[in-house]
Ligand binder design. Structure first.
Ligand code: ADP
Ligand code: MG
Length: 269
């Protein structure tokens, strides 16, 4: 059986480092041994190495994109109960999770509804699915991002800060309605929305629908302009459902309150 010459082996390690092929560098020696032992054609060996490098790169990219997305843990589409939110169709959400149809056009998704209705969960779950499908996403509380942008503006770097967010195909602004109703804060938000208009998507969750937004954005003309841009290419889910937490708490209570005889009957049925 032919084996790799030790001199070649040392040279290969250096060359692979120089070529920045860390995954190949990791596996080439054991694959070479296997190839020598099993008498692989040279082409098969090369293909196996290239495939390994590509798979590793994809894995590392996904890892990076998941880390940078800052998604709240555990909120996935698998754990989202679509039955309690009839207005949100699972098929439509699954289509949105593919991304192409809306993220390529910079279209938006707006989730409205009272607290506890699953807006943040659905937003995070969609974000997670999109990252898995190769898109770049950032999940942030609206107040946090607004603070960051205000700092940037004080440092005369607002434009650059907004441009830096361009790398994200989707920016998830959670709880827009909780932004303090202050002119300086809302104007950075306005600039962000304008900058992304028809180019990069936004997913916004809010407790109040647009009728109440006059209270968020002090300037009426500004409000009209913002709302106009947001809804121009947008899918809107009005998630007017009872709080999921309250609902599950009530169900647990009802379960516990059942008379024992009832439980016995159902157990035997
Ligand atoms: P909102 O952002 O609308 O206030 P959340 O998304 O934070 O509501 O939901 C509150 C809690 O209830 C979270 O723990 C969330 O995971 C859970 N929840 C809400 N709706 C659903 C749902 N349809 N299926 C599964 N869990 C849900
Ligand atoms: Mg929320």
């Amino acid at each position: 059986m032919r084996t790799t010459d030790p001199g070649d082996a040392a040279r290969i390690e250096l060359l692979l480092a120089e070529l920045r092929l860390p995954a190949v560098k990791q596996v080439w020696a054991s694959l070479a041994t296997q190839a020598d032992k099993e008498g692989w054609p040279a082409g098969r060996f090369l293909a196996a190495l290239a495939e390994h490098e590509i798979a590793e790169r994809a894995r590392r990219r996904l890892e990076r994109h998941l880390a940078e997305a800052r998604l709240p843990p555990g909120k996935t589409l698998d754990t989202f109960d679509f039955e309690v939110v009839p207005v949100v169709s699972k098929a439509q959400v699954m289509a949105l999770a593919a991304g192409d149809a809306w993220l390529n056009n910079g279209a938006n998704l707006l989730l409205f509804g009272p607290p506890g209705g699953g807006k943040s969960h659905l937003a995070a779950a969609l974000g997670f699915a999109l990252v898995e499908n190769g898109w770049r996403v950032l999940f942030t509380r609206t107040t946090d991002l607004v603070q960051r942008l205000q700092i940037a503006r004080r440092e005369l770097a607002l434009e650059a800060a907004i441009a830096k967010l361009d790398k994200y195909h989707l920016l998830i602004l959670d709880d827009l309605a909780y932004v303090t109703k202050d002119q300086a804060e809302t104007s950075v938000l306005f600039e962000l929305i304008s900058a992304r208009y028809e180019r990069k998507s936004l997913l916004i969750t809010a407790n109040q629908p647009f009728g109440e937004w006059g209270k968020i954005f002090p300037d009426q003309a500004m409000t009209v302009a913002v709302v106009d841009r947001l809804v121009h290419h947008a899918t809107i889910f009005e998630m007017n459902v009872e709080s999921y937490r309250r609902r599950t708490a009530l169900e647990r209570k009802r379960g516990r309150g059942r008379p024992p005889i009832h439980a016995t009957i159902t157990a035997n049925a």
